[in-house]
Design a protein around this ligand. Structure first.
Ligand code: SF4
Length: 207
């Protein structure tokens, strides 16, 4: 059974697939933070803006692969081939070949947003890796590398040598957002391999 925090249809707001309608499946749990505020200060990843604890979100629950696909189909609600983004939390704690295969067999394109600490040994149509300072990266190639900026220990000049189609820098959403945005813009201007990614869903209030 897969533990899922929430499943919803929205517009992808970040990175190279921005603007695309997708069903987001947010798995419960992450290997870099418990999701509890009392553990944030000592977590490997401590700037998370996502609630991935429990199964109590919209359409959340515990599902078999077949049950999850049925929920996704109902939410997609279109004759046009679908697009699913598996996210979290850390989706690779739960996502597996079986789930991807039954989704693809129902003409869904599949994508993952992962912190890249767990190897991916099956095919996913779109792999977006967002490395986190202090963690050990194990996914070295994919479609999109999306780095939340700044993160002290991440060496961008090394990351840009990995094998990705797109390299995005995204300003960290914090009390220093304005400064982070300026710093991100300046870094991209000086290092044009990196492109600016904004969280358009937040800016526009897309539910
Ligand atoms: S790795 Fe991602 S989901 Fe996990 S705590 Fe960090 S930002 Fe949140």
């Amino acid at each position: 059974m897969y533990s899922v925090k929430e499943i919803y249809k929205t517009i992808q707001g970040e990175g190279a697939q921005s603007g695309r309608t997708a069903v987001f499946v947010r798995f419960t749990g992450c290997n870099l933070w418990s999701g509890k505020e009392k553990h944030r200060a000592n977590a490997i990843c401590n700037f998370c803006d996502t609630d991935f604890v429990g199964t109590d979100g919209e359409n959340g629950g515990k599902y078999s692969a077949e049950e999850l696909l049925e929920v996704i189909k109902t939410i997609w609600d279109s004759k046009v081939d679908g697009y699913i983004v598996f996210t979290g939390g850390e989706p690779m704690l739960q996502l597996d070949k079986d789930l991807i295969e039954i989704c693809r067999a129902s003409n869904f394109e599949t994508a993952i947003e992962t912190n890249g600490t767990i190897e991916i040994d099956f095919a996913i149509d779109w792999i977006c890796v967002s490395p986190k300072s202090g963690s050990v990266l194990k996914v070295f190639k994919g479609n999109e590398l999306k780095v939340v900026f700044p993160q002290e220990e991440l060496k961008l000049d090394q990351l840009q040598n990995l094998i990705f189609d797109h390299y995005f820098l995204q300003p960290m959403d914090s009390e220093k957002s304005e400064q982070n945005t300026l710093d991100t813009i300046n870094y991209c201007k000086s290092n044009p391999k990196w492109k600016l990614s904004l969280q358009q869903h937040k800016l526009l209030g897309i539910p």
